[in-house]
Design a protein around this ligand. Structure first.
Ligand code: ZN
Length: 432
């Protein structure tokens, strides 16, 4: 179990080592394996599983991990998402303007675009490759881990209106610059092949056929502020919740917990969750059906269970206090936020919120509430989607944070620790 002092630095480290959903899941797999969790393969049929610790992957970007008991009556669940808004390299990305080598990107999810300008950017993701002369495909993660690109702003002298509200053109303005070159057509795939060879000991003759590569802020997450109360970094939404869920599962001792404990770390939340690996897809339902093939047994267990959907909330921004409902202004360092929405953008109801409050009391963690202003639109998360899919009672909660969906987001270290405390208490109530 992690001590409070160590928690924020370890979280920063986890996020810094997880530039993409693929990397976050790979790190989670490492941790689970080290702690005795056994990997299950969806391509095989499973016999009724003996009590134990297991995990399953889909697409290397979504993970379900669980501690399974023989006679448990409930399966307590924590959901979070592995993806974050960012810039994704297009299939044919190479752009040559004069002597500038640039890459065309798609915008993944609802990214706040302005903060991407003048940042040192690195590139990471997954590449599919084969040896020349062989048709056997391999999938490898790669990460340049150094600033290899930048999207420079236009100087204010060339755009005197720049400080007024101006639209960012998603096609022409967001084009990272990689190098100056005299080459007619720089070979991007060769660049990826070279990176793969430098990371793994691969044969000289390999060919990359496809890739899913994402730009990210090369500056690692850091503890900042006069008293280092803040964690600043990319992808706090929602790797801060993934990390807490994972640590809660690792801390749940098979002997001490009499319930089943399960975490779902889903990809594709930022683009609506409709995919084979997203919360709107079949992943969780398929796994539950395998674990409990009898529909009556499965439904009874789900009706006895609770899902905590953990995703970041909006903390009150000191410069924009009027953006919050006056009665619902979550403050940083003041605990976890229960998210409520009458129109079911969040799945919280009075019953689940009451249960969560008691859980927080048990874990000695303060609680706050968030409701969006009536004159503003409300975000959503995997909570309502999962609840609708499997009919489990659900609560949406999260740590309060600033600048959500920016290239760097900010949260209070203490709130990150609080989340871990509550999730751990949820999985191992006997210990608290
Ligand atoms: Zn989120």
């Amino acid at each position: 179990m992690i001590a409070e002092k160590q928690y924020a630095p370890e979280l920063a480290n986890f996020i810094g080592s997880s530039p993409t959903a693929f990397h976050a899941v790979a790190l989670a797999v490492d941790l689970l394996k080290k702690n005795g969790f056994e990997q299950l393969d969806e391509k095989e049929t499973w016999e009724r599983l003996p009590a134990g610790k297991y995990f399953v992957l889909r697409n290397e970007s979504s993970l379900i991990g669980f501690i399974w008991q023989d006679r448990a009556k409930s399966v307590e669940m924590i959901g979070a998402h592995t993806d974050s808004p960012c810039l994704k390299v297009k299939p044919k990305p190479v752009i040559k303007t004069c002597n500038c080598f640039q890459l065309g990107v798609e915008i993944y999810g609802g990214a706040l675009l302005r903060p991407w300008f003048d940042r040192e950017l690195s590139l990471a993701g997954r590449a599919l490759w084969h040896e020349l002369g062989s048709s056997e495909l391999h999938s490898s993660l790669l990460d340049f881990k150094r600033p290899i690109a930048i999207i420079p702003n236009l100087a204010i002298h060339l755009n005197r209106e720049a400080n007024k509200l101006q639209e960012v053109n998603r096609q022409s303005d967001m084009v990272p610059l990689l190098s100056l070159t005299e080459e007619e057509q720089p070979d991007f795939l060769a660049l990826i092949e070279k990176q793969l060879r430098s990371q793994y000991s691969l044969p000289e003759q390999i060919a990359v056929t496809d890739h899913e590569l994402f730009f990210y802020d090369a500056a690692p997450p850091a503890l900042i502020g006069l008293e280092e109360q803040f964690l600043s970094g990319g992808r706090l939404d929602n790797l801060a919740s993934c990390f807490a869920a994972l640590q809660a599962l690792l801390a749940a001792d098979t002997n001490e917990t009499t319930q089943n404990c399960m975490i779902m770390l889903n990809d594709h939340e930022e683009v609506g969750s409709t995919s084979a690996v997203g919360a709107q897809g079949s992943f969780l339902r398929d796994i539950l059906e395998r674990l409990l093939p009898n529909p009556g047994e499965r439904q009874a267990m789900l009706r006895n269970s609770l899902l905590i959907s953990a995703d970041n909330a909006h903390a009150l921004h000191p410069n924009f206090a009027d953006k919050h409902d006056p009665q619902h202004q979550p403050l940083m360092n003041k605990g976890l936020v229960i998210k409520v929405n009458a129109n079911q953008r969040y799945a919280t109801n009075a019953k689940t919120s009451a249960r969560f409050r008691l859980l927080c009391e048990q874990a000695q963690v303060p609680v706050q509430e968030f409701v969006v202003r009536n004159d503003m639109g409300c975000g959503s998360t995997i909570g309502p989607l999962t609840a609708a899919k499997i009919g489990v009672e659900t609560i949406d909660i999260g740590i309060p944070s600033l600048a959500m969906h920016s290239i760097r987001e900010t949260a209070a270290c203490k709130d990150c620790w609080y989340l871990y405390q509550v999730l751990q208490t949820f999985f191992t109530p006997a210990r608290s």
